[in-house]
Ligand binder design. Structure first.
Ligand code: SF4
Length: 459
């Protein structure tokens, strides 16, 4: 790695959205249902290839969660990124299918790594993290839709705030063909129980699977945002690629499967991006596969940039979150910081969702909040103030960044809305390291087994 000069921040986009992401990898373990036909099996964490940087790093540290966190934080520090607000992301297989004891130890190791000391148990590790130098502001677990609802309580005990579901394409025929081992019904159920428990929900989507086609991919993509059973808060779009040691590889060599061409993918992405509503963030497009492992499929890792540049040139404005975030719009001339609160409302999984945003006239996004109302209960599923990550306690240098009162503005507005909806209390799903922030706003931690460890306030 190149050493940064003076205070130069290397790879600035890594923390441009306001938090520092630390990805940790699980040791290799096969999924219980078998193998999805596009998923490679290469004696490395499931669905990854041996030369992915994150795999190489994790392998060299024996997949130890403590060591992985410590080493990533050091790397961020060397690159001059702030490391106060950390998002932990657990990757590589179906974590909730690992032995229970392993899961608890792995999670404890993550918090211990942030705290820089070994605790007696998970509960102590979380408690220490509430005031530690590197606080966990969010924790993400990736899982399958059929390995989800029964573990809601456990995920809350882990301090998890976001769950990414492998959804791929909401079509039972395609699920069968690609051996997913679950149906659309489980996607609907998982989405609902995660939403009611306050989690932020991400979908991984895979256009170009066997049994699908461009028309079907686009139609089902539309359905994801028009049918209230789905409506994820964020998505990753990974067009299907042919990787070694997968069943799809055989189909490809037998001439029974052909991935989309780069041109087809580009056109499909443009059509998809135009559909994504303002409450959803497109986290990533394309998986970065080391070229030597890519048998067929698009290699164009920069496709998103090209597509977005084209859209901007043609004056097409996208509504999705990332495109509008202040961090990605800094170069758009003089930044107007006259801000207003914008409220949208939509139905999802038999409840009402309020999506609050702080935007300027050009619709550039400075902060957002997701409030769910169901059965007279109010649950804040996300509070996020955008802009470059600032250290805890550090004042903002520019108006409209983190630490300028935007969070409080959003929280006050959510409380008013919850009152209007006749809720007696409001809860927030909170990363362990954000609890102190909510305490200052009058929230208390609901302790005790099985209560979800939410921050709660009577209103
Ligand atoms: S569930 Fe995910 S990790 Fe498991 S085999 Fe399927 S694609 Fe691979």
């Amino acid at each position: 790695m190149k050493t940064p000069i003076n205070n130069e921040v290397r790879k600035p986009t890594k923390t441009i959205s306001g938090i520092t992401p630390v990805a940790v990898m699980l040791p290799p373990k096969k999924c219980k249902h078998g193998n999805c036909i596009y998923c490679p099996s290469m004696n490395v964490p499931q669905s990854y290839t041996p030369k992915s940087p994150v795999v190489l790093r994790a392998k060299s540290l024996d997949y130890d969660s403590y060591k992985q966190v410590v080493s990533r934080i050091k790397a961020f520090e060397v690159m001059n990124h702030p490391t106060d607000k950390i998002e932990l992301i657990i990757m590589g297989g179906t974590f909730l299918e690992y032995p229970e004891k392993f899961q608890y130890e792995f999670i404890k190791g993550l918090y211990d790594g942030l705290n820089g000391k070994i605790s007696k148990n998970l509960s102590e590790a979380k408690k220490i993290n509430e005031n530690s130098k590197h606080r966990c502001v969010a924790l993400c677990i990736e899982t399958r839709p059929d390995v989800c609802c029964e573990f809601i309580e456990r995920m809350r005990e882990f301090g998890c705030t976001r769950v990414e579901l492998g959804v791929q394409l909401i079509d039972d025929k395609v699920y069968k063909l690609v051996k997913r081992g679950h149906s659309v019904k489980e996607v609907i159920l998982a989405t609902k129980c995660l939403r009611n428990a306050g989690f932020k929900i991400g979908y991984h989507l895979m256009p170009g699977l066997p049994g699908s086609n461009l028309k079907k991919d686009l139609e089902l993509f539309k359905k994801i945002f028009s049918d209230e059973n789905f409506k994820p808060d964020q998505i990753k779009i990974y067009p299907c690629q042919v990787l070694p040691n997968s069943e799809l590889e055989n189909l490809y060599w037998e001439g029974k499967y052909k991935p989309y061409t780069p041109k087809e993918i580009q056109k499909l992405l443009v059509d998809m991006l135009k559909i994504v509503p303002r409450y959803c963030r497109v986290m990533r497009i394309m998986r970065e596969i080391p070229l030597e492992y890519l048998i067929a499929g698009s290699k164009d890792i920069g496709i998103r940039k090209d597509v977005e540049e084209d859209l901007r040139k043609n004056n097409v404005k996208l509504k999705e979150i990332r495109y509008r975030e202040i961090g990605f719009n800094k170069s758009a001339g003089n930044l107007d910081t006259n801000l207003k609160l914008k409220k949208s409302e939509y139905k999802a999984s038999s409840g009402k969702e309020y999506f609050l945003e702080i935007v300027n006239k050009k619709d550039i996004l400075f902060g957002l909040l997701r409030l769910r109302i169901f059965n007279k209960k109010a649950m804040i599923r996300e509070l996020h103030v955008y802009g470059k990550s600032l250290k805890i306690g550090e004042g903002a240098k520019e108006k409209g960044q983190q630490h300028t009162g935007l969070g409080k503005w959003l929280m006050d507005s959510a409380e008013k809305l919850a009152k209007k909806e006749k809720c007696k209390e409001i809860k927030v799903i909170s990363g362990v390291g954000v609890r102190e922030y909510y305490r200052k706003l009058g929230y208390v931690l609901e302790e005790g087994k099985g209560n979800g460890e939410y921050m709660r306030k009577e209103i």
